[in-house]
Design a protein around this ligand. Structure first.
Ligand code: PMP
Length: 756
């Protein structure tokens, strides 16, 4: 601490002279505040700005080298700190002699605009989270930095904090504060001493106090300054120090700490030991500050800068001391959240083992907004394949509708409420006659189950006809009619009452696109089924590989099935509400009207909502005396959500949007097929698109492994995609409907780079 006896004493004129001689910079110099060095702001006639740093005469050269090296190191990884500027002779560190005769090292750094965070009165949660995130970024950048000079004994090092407080606290003038500091430090030592010895260590800036953090006038943090305290210490030292200063005079210091932790953890994950030791280090830092100020006061009693933090510390420390440590630790743990590995571990412990996780490196999404998802580190992903958040993740109108209704009432259909019939009317209005009767349930599976019951009640037949590779839901009966499941791993094969027609795939199936009658020919297979009760198919098979049915296929199958006494069910769970761009429902593109339409995923935008719409005639057959009731189906809240989603789809003209952007996507993808031999087929309509990858365009050998690689590479590039199809070699592109033209451009660009 004797450094204060060696503070440089250059005048502004001397500083300007040094800038001119050593750096060739003609500038006006102005003194900036500092504790142990002298810093001058330089401004040239053309407005360029620099900082000239005159080091304390007691600083050794190696430490200054280390600071320069750290600044350059961080500069290569994050845009956060000033850069060292070389002198005319190329040196990053030079020597000057002051008029007084003392010799000093001198450095010049680039200037960062902004005012100190310490001068910002209003500390919003966003600002504090940002502070945490920026300090986390700094630490992430410093994680692989080292230099011999930072392994040093330093009085500001938290690792020596208890000894320092023991030695210096007796100098604290105020007896109450003296006792508090002594007691707190020894409590922390007892409670956290062991844990501290286990903590990860790394290079730390060691002083991100709010006068070393700059913000611009939009409250964006522009930089973190002053590496003079750099030391190799606890890896969470910077976090603890940032929290210590953020908590000063905060209305709710714990909330402030939690906000900083939240931001930091996204940029640099905090482990369990660290979160447990964090608050102790916050207290220790403030105790050290009081103790060090007391010592420095004895050396320079009239230096106001030395005690700039002391009054707020004296006010805040008793408040922090009054908090319950267990409660604080728990709150900080909650603020941190879990790392993706911990989350995965936790779900493995408690969940059934056959849940899958997407991507080799799973993503932990914490927030969604329209067509974007954000992970815990704040990274944004373009969502190119989730069709459940149809009108956009967390669309505010849908969320608002749910909240407003939930605040008032949520009951079932046995009471009268207006939204039920309102939603029913709005929904049937989107469908052609005679589809006029609705049932509301909670999922696509429940809707398909109910559709089968309706069909069976009407035809009194059990047999069901489906398309190969189809998936219709997770119930016992639906697994029985889903070839994707019963013929897949763990499946038990087809039941005798289930009849599978070949998938009308005109890219790799029996009849191809060059056959103008492919639709009718595929449909002929339906004639082999005697006594069909129901034909149940997606109007554009998705799990089957994003298949667009050939013209007249559904018209022909429907005619055959109806002719044989069956009814036709359209599973529109994936394709409804304008996704195809050309039509509101995919069956419309086939020129048919089903007897029963099944709706799910998009109609609730993520709220569990399924619907079945049928004819008055079939509904009458179903009305055989047995009540139909679903506890949650048609609930007050689900109808409010359903209405809001329809409003958004229609008012935001999302079907037209899907058509326009879908055409652009298809165009871009077509160009990729010309330049990448692995792209065998590009097909689709609107936002229902498949890109089939093949090893050979003649044999059509599926490029399954390559498709998985592409999906994982896209994830690394910030775009979420999946695969589908019998060979898992089809990239499925089915984004939330707000996906924009610019998103399409970025998508094509990134896919171009990710394709082999
Ligand atoms: N039908 C189709 C075509 C589907 O894709 C799905 C779900 N992927 C379902 C039905 C089942 O819907 P849910 O998962 O909501 O029960």
């Amino acid at each position: 601490m004797d450094a204060l006896l060696h503070v440089p004493q250059l005048t502004a004129a001397e500083a300007a002279d040094v800038a001119r001689r050593l750096y060739g910079v003609e500038a006006e110099a102005r003194v900036l505040p500092s504790e142990r060095d002298q810093n001058f702001g330089l401004r040239t006639a053309d407005g360029s700005r620099f900082v000239l740093k005159i080091a304390n005469a007691s600083d050794d050269r190696a430490l200054l080298d280390a600071q320069n090296a750290a600044l350059a190191h961080v500069g290569r990884r994050a845009s956060l700190c000033p850069h060292p500027v070389p002198a005319l002779d190329g040196a990053l560190l030079s020597e000057v002699t002051a008029a007084s005769g003392s010799r000093h090292f001198v450095r010049m750094l680039t200037w960062i605009d902004g005012e100190p965070l310490g001068a910002v009165r209003e500390r919003t949660v966003e600002l504090l989270e940002q502070l945490g995130a920026r300090v986390g970024e700094l630490d992430a950048a410093l994680a692989d930095f080292d230099h011999p000079a930072i392994h040093r004994e330093f009085y500001w090092d938290l690792a020596g904090g208890f000894a320092l407080v023991r030695a210096e606290a007796p100098l604290v003038g105020d007896p109450t504060l003296r006792a508090l500091v002594t007691r707190l430090s020894s409590n922390v030592e007892q409670r956290d001493g062991d844990r501290l010895t286990r903590l990860r260590r790394a290079a730390a800036h060691n002083d991100p106090n709010d006068y070393n953090v700059l913000v611009d006038d939009t409250r964006r943090i522009t930089g973190i300054l002053d590496f003079g305290d750099i030391v190799h210490t606890y890896a969470i030292a910077d976090l603890a120090i940032a929290i210590a200063y953020a908590a000063l005079d905060a209305p709710d210091p714990l909330a402030a700490a939690a906000a900083v932790v939240r931001g930091y953890h996204r940029a640099r994950p905090i482990d369990d030991d660290e979160i447990g030791a964090l608050f102790g280090l916050v207290l220790l830092r403030l105790c050290m500050s009081v103790a060090i100020a007391a010592r420095q006061q004895t050396q320079r009693p009239h230096d106001a800068y030395l005690s700039v933090s002391q009054a707020p510390i004296a006010r805040t420390l008793p408040r922090l001391a009054g908090l319950d440590r267990d409660a604080v630790d728990a709150a900080l743990r909650v603020a941190r959240g879990k790392t993706p590995e911990e989350t995965l571990e936790a779900r493995r412990r408690v969940m059934g083992p056959n849940l899958s996780v997407s991507y080799r490196q799973p993503v932990k999404i914490v927030r969604g907004w329209m067509q974007y998802l954000y992970d815990q580190a704040g990274r944004r992903y373009l969502d190119a394949y989730n069709n459940v958040p149809h009108v956009g993740h967390s669309h505010p109108r849908v969320v608002q509708a749910a909240i407003e209704q939930m605040l008032v009432l949520n009951t079932n259909t046995r009471y009268l409420h207006d939204t039920l019939a309102q939603f029913g009317e709005r929904l049937t209005a989107t469908l052609p006659d005679p589809l006029r009767v609705c049932y509301f349930v909670n999922s696509g599976s429940e809707a398909n189950e109910l559709a089968l019951r309706l069909a069976r009640a009407h035809t009194r037949r059990r047999d069901v006809v489906v398309l190969d590779h189809a998936y219709h839901g997770n119930t016992t009966t639906l697994i029985d009619i889903s070839p994707y499941k019963f013929n897949g791993r763990g499946g038990e094969g087809a039941q005798p009452w289930v009849h599978v027609l070949p998938l009308p795939d005109t890219y790799r199936g029996q009849y191809r696109r060059d056959d103008s009658r492919a639709g009718e020919k595929y449909a002929e297979y339906a004639r082999y089924v005697s006594n069909p009760g129901a034909f149940l198919a997606e109007s554009a098979p998705s799990v089957g590989g994003q298949i667009v049915l050939p013209g007249r296929y559904l018209a022909s199958v429907y005619a055959i099935v109806r002719g044989a006494g069956g009814v036709c069910i359209a599973d529109e769970v994936q394709t409804a509400y304008g996704r195809m761009g050309t039509h509101f429902y995919a069956f419309e593109a086939q020129g048919v009207v089903p007897d029963i339409v099944v709706l799910g995923k998009p109609i609730g935008n993520g709220y569990p909502l399924g619907a079945v719409v049928t004819t008055r005639e079939i509904a009458s057959s179903f009305d055989n005396g047995m009540e139909f009731f679903s506890t949650f189906g048609g609930s007050t809240v689900s109808c409010a959500v359903g209405l809001a989603v329809l409003d958004v789809v229609q008012q935001e003209r999302l079907q037209e949007h899907a058509r326009e952007v879908g055409d652009a996507l298809l165009g871009g993808l077509g160009a990729l097929r010309d330049s990448h031999p692995i792209v065998g087929d590009v097909r689709g309509s609107g936002f229902f698109i498949g890109v089939e990858l093949v090893k050979d365009r003649e044999t059509l050998e599926p490029a399954t492994g390559e498709a998985t690689d592409v999906v994982n590479r896209m994830r690394e590039r910030g775009i979420l995609l999946g695969t589908d199809g019998p060979f898992e070699n089809v990239l499925k592109i089915r984004p939330p409907m707000p996906f924009s033209l610019e998103d399409a451009r970025v998508f094509i660009c990134e896919l171009d780079a990710a394709l082999p």
